[in-house]
Design a protein around this ligand. Structure first.
Ligand code: GLN
Length: 239
């Protein structure tokens, strides 16, 4: 009898201790098709944003659970409470601000033009007139090119699909975020960037408008991460 009681007490203690160590989970939506911010490496989602959000998780004492999904499904998933935040190199633009809140910005990028190395006639955004330009559906590049009257665009679901078509000369150029574009050019000798760049834009973490408390926690964590050197070491690791 004594033994049973002793065992029961042990089991109870174990249960209690596991409870007190269980961290709250933070469900993070991303789209792992945007190197070096987020991409798949041997089936695992990695990148600058992923390390950044893990550092935030440590600061706010929450376990990070990454959910990889289509880029245009991220804000709807946030609205439907399927995820708590989005980190996806997402530009904090006016249109998105109507639906969600954004953290303070954590990266400044701009739109650039990717070309085949042999291309000599495109130097500026104006030179895209009458050309066929690849963009990724719903990205900033899509918005920018759609506003240019004389430019025809071809929309892709993922940037690597546009890159393949450029290499096969099916399109003349691609308009894409600077850091991702640079990453492609670094790894493909047949590609180059035009020496021009568009308006700066800021990446931030998206959070539901209903969750102000989380927004404040994340901003505080971001501040700490920038102040304590974590942010710089992540830049060095990924860019
Ligand atoms: N910064 C771009 C946007 O927000 C692209 C982001 C991405 O593809 N992950 O539209």
């Amino acid at each position: 009898m004594k033994k049973i009681v002793k065992n029961l007490v042990l089991v109870l203690m174990l249960l209690l201790s596991s409870l007190s160590f269980a961290k709250g989970k933070l469900y993070v939506g991303t789209n792992a098709e945007f190197p070096p911010f987020e991409y798949l490496d041997k089936g695992e989602v990695v990148g600058f944003d992923i390390d950044l959000v893990k550092a935030i998780g440590e600061k706010i004492d929450m376990e990070i659970v990454i959910k990889d999904m289509a880029f245009d499904g991220l804000i709807p998933a946030l609205e439907m409470n399927k995820i708590d935040i989005v980190i996806a190199g997402m530009t904090a633009n006016e249109e998105r601000k109507q639906t969600v809140n954004f953290s303070s910005p954590y990266y400044t990028a701009n739109q650039v033009i990717i070309l085949n190395e042999s291309n000599e006639d495109i130097k500026t955004f104006d030179d895209l007139n009458d050309k066929l330009v690849g963009v990724v559906l719903g990205f900033t590049g899509d918005v920018v090119v759609s506003e240019m009257k004389n430019v025809k665009s071809k929309k892709y679901n993922a940037s690597y699909a546009a890159i393949m078509e450029l290499q096969n000369k099916k399109i003349d150029a691609i308009v894409l975020d600077s850091e991702t574009a640079l990453n492609y050019v670094k790894h493909n000798k047949s590609l180059k960037l035009a020496e021009t760049s568009g308006e700066p834009e800021e990446y931030a973490i998206a959070i539901s408008k209903k969750n102000i408390e989380l927004l404040e926690k994340i901003n505080k964590a971001l501040e700490e991460i920038k102040a304590d050197g974590t942010y710089d070491s992540l830049l060095k690791k990924h860019m």
